[in-house]
Design a protein around this ligand. Structure first.
Ligand code: EPU
Length: 431
């Protein structure tokens, strides 16, 4: 058992370098399955979700070699089967990208239902509708394995997504990249990692236009050649450090980022009174000079305010005087962490998709748990601000998506440690 132990009350100060984007990496690594030659992927974040997807590809017959902390060589030529049904597949959400990638490679895919962070229903009906439009039927085997297949080569089609789903857009792109003819995805998601995946596929010889807009056009090709490709910086990791700087009233230079990807986050931080300076590949967040003000936030698909920064901003708004309202419009049930924040003295009431945050009272340390990845980041931010020593359990969720969070925060002046515990007979924890 492992926990994070944080002695709160120190303003963050200094510089932090942002790693490659988790949600781009977990799409681009399975996308290598479509390639006819080996690839080198750079700027990969060193996080457990990446290790897991690499191991899944290895189990399938790919040769995956870690060249250094942030570079993977992947040779997909020996992938012999179109199934991925091991226990590892259940361990992460993004394993559903194996469906699109395997369909694109061999017109069939058998993949376990994905696991990952649990914040309510996470349907994949739009992915399956997209596959059906390309000519692939699916069935659920034993309630656990999705079997999608097409008798012949997939064919392009026009697909309208009822919601601009990130996962469905990516999965349909993967399946369509080698399909016969043209596929058009309307109401496509526009997140930075959609564009990154399209750039990666195009660099291998795919023909994808319009990624980053509502309409993506994919003309199928027969062959994809090997490339060296560097993944974009992680928008959400950057947003998390920006938010932590503000919450602790600190001053942090967030480096190795694309400021354009962070506009909605910078706008909200400016609105509450932080000073933000933009550079080519960095942003300075300064919350040390002025008192911060309340604000309202509604999460939206990109370029709106990202749902993956919602818990972190809720923690920040707890530290600001006045009533702020968070409106979560992407996920049905992403406030499970609120009960943990209230253990630390936060005053938040949840009504459906709204969280009403009565900010301004001091947070106090308590034993809390990370209920999912971004919820865990919110607990860290709360712990950095709280009086006393906060212990955060279930940190495996946090390590799925944040590279060396202890090292990066320590370099900014935080007092945070990872501590190993043994579980005692009465289920209590002792160091
Ligand atoms: N939806 C459907 N049907 C579908 C797919 C989605 O109804 O077939 C609904 C979902 O229920 C949800 C909304 O559409 O209400 C958005 O879902 P989306 O498909 O966009 O999310 P996702 O692809 O499953 C990715 C990220 C999430 C992030 C969301 C939204 C990855 C691996 N995951 O999930 O990231 O919250 O997009 O931006 O890219 C995280 O990093 O912590 C994380 C959860």
């Amino acid at each position: 058992m492992e926990k994070f132990v944080i002695n709160g009350g120190r303003a963050l100060d200094g510089e932090v370098a942002i790693s490659g984007a988790k949600n781009a990496a977990v799409a681009i690594i399975p996308a290598v399955i479509l390639c006819d030659e080996p690839c080198r992927i750079e700027n990969i974040p060193n996080i457990s979700d990446v290790t897991l997807i690499g191991r899944i590809l290895q189990e399938m017959g790919a040769v995956v070699k870690r060249v250094n902390k942030s570079t993977l060589d992947i040779d997909p030529r020996h992938i012999a089967s179109c199934s991925a049904t091991s226990e590892l597949v259940r361990g992460m959400r993004a394993s559903y990208y194996l469906l699109g990638a395997l369909l694109g490679r061999c017109h069939q895919a058998k993949v376990c239902l994905p696991g990952g962070c649990n914040f309510g229903a996470r349907p994949i009906d739009l992915h399956l509708k997209g596959f059906a439009a390309l000519g692939a039927r699916h069935e659920l085997v034993n309630g656990a394995i999705i079997d999608v297949k097409s008798e012949q080569k997939l064919h392009g089609n026009n697909i309208y997504l009822d919601f601009a789903s990130v996962g469905a857009t990516i999965n349909i792109m993967l399946a369509a990249v080698k399909a016969e003819g043209q596929t058009i995805i309307e109401n496509a998601a526009k997140e930075p990692h959609i564009v990154d995946l399209a750039n990666f596929l195009n660099s291998m010889g795919a023909s994808i236009r319009g990624a980053g807009t509502d309409t993506i056009k994919i003309r199928g090709v027969d062959y994809l050649h090997g490339v060296t490709y560097s993944i974009i910086p992680d928008q959400i990791e950057a947003g998390t450090y920006m938010c932590a700087a503000a919450a602790t009233r600190g001053k942090v230079l967030v480096k190795n980022i694309t400021p354009k990807h962070l506009e909605s986050i910078s706008a909200k931080l400016r609105e509450i009174g932080c000073e933000i300076k933009e550079y080519d590949e960095a942003l300075l967040v300064d919350a040390s000079k002025m008192p911060l003000n309340r604000c309202n936030i509604k999460t939206m698909p990109h370029p709106g305010f990202p749902t993956d920064c919602q818990p972190q901003f809720t923690a920040l708004l707890c530290t600001v005087d006045g009533t702020s309202i968070m409106n979560e419009s992407v996920w049905d049930n992403r406030y499970q962490y609120v009960s943990e924040l209230t253990l630390m003295g936060a005053h938040i009431s949840v009504e459906g998709r709204l969280a009403i945050i009565e900010g301004g009272s001091r947070l106090t340390a308590a034993p809390v748990k990370a209920t999912d990845l971004r919820a865990g980041a919110a607990m860290i931010i709360a712990g950095l601000c709280a009086d006393g020593t906060t212990e955060i359990s279930s940190i495996q969720y946090i390590e799925r998506g944040y590279e060396d969070i202890v090292g990066k925060l320590t370099a900014l002046g935080a007092d945070i440690k990872k501590v190993y515990f043994e579980q005692s007979a009465d289920q209590g924890l002792r160091a």
